[in-house]
Design a binder for this molecule. Structure first.
Ligand code: I3P
Length: 128
């Protein structure tokens, strides 16, 4: 059985390295500042960590390190957004509070996996 089988700790659904920039805060547009981010999907939240060099998907555990920020996926919206960047494989995540993030990967399969995993969580929360 997994360490989460008692249901006391939120399920770690996915973790990995993506390029990230915040483009709006509370609906107010921000200047882009792309940087690599260790992104973790756990429970109803997408959590961002700095210093991705020290992490790998197999060794990372929640609680190891302090998050840079986190996003509540309840009521969030996800859209492919290649028109918002010169980079390929970009999607936009908009929170219910009007914070907007672009997430990107050079690897097509990886970004598609992230998109569908996040979308599944959003849809699960919409049904609750
Ligand atoms: C931005 C930087 C971003 C770019 C953005 C530029 O310039 O080059 O990488 O976004 O384009 O404005 P600066 O570093 O001077 O802020 P993309 O890489 O996503 O294209 P944009 O203004 O067209 O969004």
């Amino acid at each position: 059985s997994s360490p989460d089988s008692d249901g006391c700790t939120p399920e770690l659904e996915k973790a990995g390295l993506l390029n990230k920039t915040k483009i709006a805060e509370g609906g107010r547009k921000l200047r882009k500042n792309w940087s690599p981010s260790w992104v973790v999907l756990v429970g109803n939240s997408l959590v961002f960590f700095k210093d991705p060099k020290s992490y790998t998907p197999s060794t990372w555990k929640p609680g190891n390190s302090r998050p840079e920020s986190s996003v509540d996926l309840r009521g969030a919206q996800l859209h492919w957004a290649n028109e918002l960047s010169s980079k390929k494989n970009v999607f936009k995540l908009r929170t219910i509070t009007g914070n907007e993030f672009l997430l990107q990967s050079e690897t097509d399969s990886l970004i598609k996996e992230w998109y569908s995993t996040i979308q599944n969580v959003i849809e699960r929360l919409d049904r609750e």
